[in-house]
Ligand binder design. Sequence first.
Ligand SMILES: Nc1nc2c(ncn2[C@@H]2O[C@H](COP(=O)(O)OP(=O)(O)OP(=O)(O)O)[C@@H](O)[C@H]2O)c(=O)[nH]1
Ligand SMILES: [Mg+2]
Length: 309
Amino acid sequence: VEVQRENPEAQKERFRAGYVAIIGRPNVGKSTLLNAFLGMKLSIVTEKPQTTRHKILGILTGESYQILFLDTPGMIEPRYHLQEVMVQAIRRALQDADVLLMMIEAREYPLPDDLGLLEELKGYEKPIILVINKIDLIKKDLLLPLIDAYQKAYPFQDIVPISALKRDGVDLLLGIIIKNLPENPPYYPEDYLTDQPERFFVGEIIREKIFMKYGEEIPYSTAVVVEEFREQPGEKDFIRATIVVEKESQKAIIIGKQGQKLKQVGSLAREEIERFLGRPVYLELWVKVREKWRKSPRDVRTFGYGTRP
Ligand SMILES: Nc1nc2c(ncn2[C@@H]2O[C@H](COP(=O)(O)OP(=O)(O)OP(=O)(O)O)[C@@H](O)[C@H]2O)c(=O)[nH]1
Ligand SMILES: [Mg+2]
């Protein structure tokens, strides 16, 4: 009689888990990639830079791995306190991470800004995978010289061209990430998607609609505070949120003629909140002015930025 031995191949396949930070300049497609990995919209996406303001955790659990993706704000030189808090969020993600995804947009040649970011990331001494995004926008023959230039600039763990929007190359990238994860037991139960409560994402969805609907300084001068989020037996959930701007003139623009503009924002936001929560809600929006809140550490904290570890 033969004794059943443990399969040595199975032994090799130990569980892997770790933090993977997605880092890059504003607007390169970091949040789009997070959502593509998760197969759902968790992080807000707009065509404007500096959409993301927090470090956002998205958890992807497979048979033999758990990836804790950290979406981050775009790397910038901060000019006011809110932006300083945004950059702190990036630095915290860099510290937490086991693996870094440095994301750039496909261009003809390395940009000085991108090389500056690379210099900073090197300092963390963690494996870096270079992700070249938006390849759907360029001619294929521009890609090879770009890859070549980056290969000479730094010994990346890997260089992966993708289109986060079209999901092109995303599965390939996922496989490469898994290979670079440390062996660890899972950090979270397998059905966990994130560590933030629903109300956080409700505020984010409202902010996304503001980014989409207004131009100039308005999106950047706006914070959204979810003041109340109440389940009511036999009725729709009740959500009351305040949109904070810096000036009376901005408040007038937000509201629009006879409140039409705010109404549009409200109904767009409500539809998406309902999609996100999977249940109908009642959404009430208010607008308030808080002068220069972005420059005040106290206001920035009160409006939800920079308080989490
Ligand atoms: N054509 C194309 N557009 C993309 C791709 N990935 C993202 N985008 C678009 O680029 C814009 C910015 O995407 P985001 O995911 O918000 O970028 P981000 O890096 O998170 O931006 P910040 O949060 O502002 O730093 C959006 O309009 C996306 O639809 C891509 O692969 N191809
Ligand atoms: Mg983003």
